[in-house]
Write a protein that binds this ligand. Sequence first.
Ligand code: ADP
Length: 218
Amino acid sequence: MKKQFAVIGLGRFGGSICKALSEQGMEVLAIDTNEDKVNQFASIATHAVVADTTDENTLKSLGIRNFDHVIVAIGDNIQSSILTTLMLVEQNVNHITVKAQNDYHEKVLHKIGAHKVVHPERDMGIRIAHNIVSKNVLDYLELSEEYSIVELEAGEAVDGRSLIDLDIRAKYGCNIMAIKRGEDINVSPAATEHLMKDDIIIVIGADKDITRMEQDLF
Ligand code: ADP
């Protein structure tokens, strides 16, 4: 059976989630208090309804507890976002993902039981900053405050050099998890593997170590 999603709030963030899920063939219920927004998504989502999700009875009548995953993408109205999330938790929804506006909002959402809290503006800001500082950083995933996974593009400095020769684990304490070369991907590459310019290298490590390695080699 297809997974059933509900997206609450059809602003830029919720709207793009709703569209992307629908394009992937998922069943999506799109919800917003704003009728124009709902009309805009009527032909994109499986169903689109005008509803205020801070009203408990409304949520119940939508059968929200039966959805596999509910995404709360209410933007500026933090109070509505918190209240909606709380009621979803109370109704035992399986997966609740909520967009946070700021760190305080994020903390409250975790405390009341949201399963996942996303902070798209902050995360994208961090990614873009890394990409600006080093043009070889293609992508960046924060694992914790100190650790990340980074995708780096190999340049001249590492062209033709083996992993033993670069000695990344000993010198920088980072691990190369995978090397992408065109369509091929080598997961857990051997130490004898040679890098080539334009390879994409996926590295895991502490931020300070990754930065040192980036500056020396990429
Ligand atoms: P973004 O920054 O992602 O564009 P917005 O703040 O513009 O976010 O959009 C949030 C959406 O959430 C708006 O379309 C708004 O009408 C909707 N919304 C706000 N409160 C509620 C609520 N209580 N129930 C349902 N939808 C809501």
